[in-house]
Design a protein around this ligand. Structure first.
Ligand code: MSP
Length: 515
């Protein structure tokens, strides 16, 4: 296994107010980054903001401030979100930072030198909202309306710099054939393949109709197209456009670019082609998740039904951050279907998984040890019975799932272990055996085994439930976070004699909050 691990979110448009979509993508990356760090991998988790383009220029104007002021204000809001949700990104890149701008210009120079850019006139169907041209076929398919916001496409003509994307068609086909996991999930890969077969148009590299962007080197009046500028963030943050800062170079290629499905084409086709032109390694995987919808409806500005920051904070203050993360990651749209965010489903998930499973199992085990053994970890004369092997299998499954960014199955493996502990308690009935002094040894072993299995499950749940799993660890006297991963998850970490206090992790709450 390689020693580094790196993951990225899209960089978010400063124009929008943060909502659940942004928090979702960043949270799933956070879970993975935490899981990698725990295993001792040298991890780099990148997020940031996308700050150029005509939309930002227009909103700034409408608010009577400069584009930079507008970007500063909104980027600060996205930064605040990271704090609020305890997201552990290692850097936050803004496309208006000098470190980014200088490298983008250097990279564009390199593309020019590689002969993949040319200047030409172009006329086509333009989606103003998305700042994007559509092919004739796609424009027709969507009834000459934006597939994203439904507004009419406009006929636009520009003299621009172009990137010869079409020249990369054979290499892109080869990429998709030889690396079936380059785009996940599979439905998304098939979608891209289908579009690749329709043929490729060259893409604009520059714009001239506004000025809020990075100037095209050597051509005044042209600014670099916001999408090209934005995609480069993944490597400018690592100093790869500037060889004098090699410290972060080992983090490239990224293991995962996690994105929403609407920006797949840029990441799965344009981005690899740019990297090919620059002769740089490609990311391992572009993972495109689906969308949250809200109580059965698509979230939109016109409906004003975004699960926005105040709504999310409402859930966090009532249920706790762990609960919010757990719902997003285990019930969210990680695969190829959209997911409805329903207040009731949130509540039910909280009760079933966190209250009745994680909370109940850990409080049951710690309470019995408190009562029967005065809060001291008992000895296990059966040396774990079948548990050590069972836990090792679960740990391995979890590691494999995490490595593959299969967060749902990783969470299921971890919580499944607690369900097994519950089943074991129900079968062996230590609470009954404890009444018979002659069976004290048996009770010791059962409870010691349960406590140790709970400890291991708690470690595996930590990336998902970072707050309460820390409480659990301190309650069971687990000093292990300082240990290396292998020793930490090995059976036998909780030594007899360790102090164990009763925990209550997730309170039973009555009604669901209103959506
Ligand atoms: N700035 C571009 C990305 C450039 S990356 C080089 C952009 N920004 S955005 O602010 O619109 O953020 C889009 C991302 O937010 C999506 O890709 C997705 O990660 C997230 N989401 C936005 N709405 C969402 C949902 N309704 N559901 C889930 N996530 C979604 O596009």
């Amino acid at each position: 296994m390689k020693s580094t691990a790196s993951i990225t979110t899209p960089i978010y448009y400063v124009n929008d107010k943060p909502h659940i979509g942004h928090v979702f993508t960043t949270t799933v990356c956070d879970v993975w980054a935490r899981a990698m760090r725990m295993q001792g991998r040298d991890t780099f988790f990148l997020t940031g903001t996308d700050e150029h383009g005509v939309k930002v220029e227009k909103s700034a104007l409408a608010h009577g401030v400069t584009p930079q002021e507008w970007a500063d204000r909104n980027a600060a809001e996205f930064r605040r979100v990271l704090q609020l949700f305890d997201l552990t990104n290692d850097d936050f890149i803004r496309t208006t930072e000098p470190r980014h701008e200088a490298q983008v210009q250097a990279l564009v120079e390199r593309l020019k030198a590689a002969g993949v850019l040319y200047k030409g006139a172009f006329e086509g169907w333009y989606d103003e909202g998305e700042e994007n041209y559509l092919t004739e076929t796609r424009a027709k398919e969507s009834g000459y309306k934006s597939p994203v916001n439904g507004r009419p496409l406009v006929r636009a003509k520009e003299e621009n710099w172009y990137f010869r994307l079409s020249a990369f068609a054979p290499r892109l086909m080869e990429l998709f054939t030889s690396r079936p996991d380059f785009v996940r999930p599979e439905a998304r890969r098939n979608e891209v393949l289908g579009r690749l077969r329709e043929g490729l148009q060259d893409v604009p590299m520059t714009r001239t109709n506004f000025s809020w962007g990075i100037p095209m080197p050597g051509d005044q009046g042209h600014v670099i197209y916001v999408w090209i500028d934005a995609l480069f963030n993944y490597i400018t943050a690592l100093g790869l456009g500037n060889d004098s800062t090699p410290k972060r170079h080992p983090y490239w290629p990224a293991d995962f670019h996690v994105i929403g499905k609407e920006i797949l084409w840029f990441h799965a086709v344009i981005w690899p082609a740019l990297l090919m032109a620059l002769e740089m390694p490609l990311p391992q995987c572009v993972f495109a998740h689906s969308f949250w919808i809200h109580e059965g409806q698509k979230m939109s500005k016109s409906l004003g039904n975004f699960i926005d920051l105040p709504a999310m904070e409402g859930y966090v203050s009532k249920y706790g951050l762990d609960a919010f993360r757990w719902f997003m990651v285990t019930r969210g749209p990680l695969d190829s279907t959209d997911t409805d965010f329903r207040a009731l489903a949130f509540h039910e998930t909280y009760v079933a998984d966190l209250v009745n499973t994680v909370g109940n199992c850990s409080s049951r085990v710690t309470a019995m040890i408190a009562k029967t053994f005065d809060g001291v970890m008992p000895a296990d004369s059966f040396a774990g019975g079948e548990w050590p092997a069972r836990c090792a299998t679960v740990v391995q499954a979890w590691q494999r799932h995490m490595q593959q960014f299969e967060l749902g199955p990783a969470a299921a493996a971890a919580i499944g272990l607690l369900r097994e502990v519950d089943g074991f308690i129900n079968r062996t009935e230590p609470f009954k055996l404890a009444k018979d002094p002659s069976r004290r040894d048996e009770v010791s072993s059962i409870l010691a085994q349960c406590a140790e299995a709970v400890r291991i499950a708690g470690i595996l749940l930590e990336p998902f439930l970072p707050h309460r799993m820390k409480d659990l660890q301190s309650a069971i006297g687990d000093q292990a976070p300082t240990m290396d991963w292998e020793s930490r998850v090995r059976w036998g970490g909780l030594k007899p004699g360790t102090r164990i206090t009763k925990v209550a992790l997730y309170p039973r709450l009555e009604a669901a909050v209103a959506g």
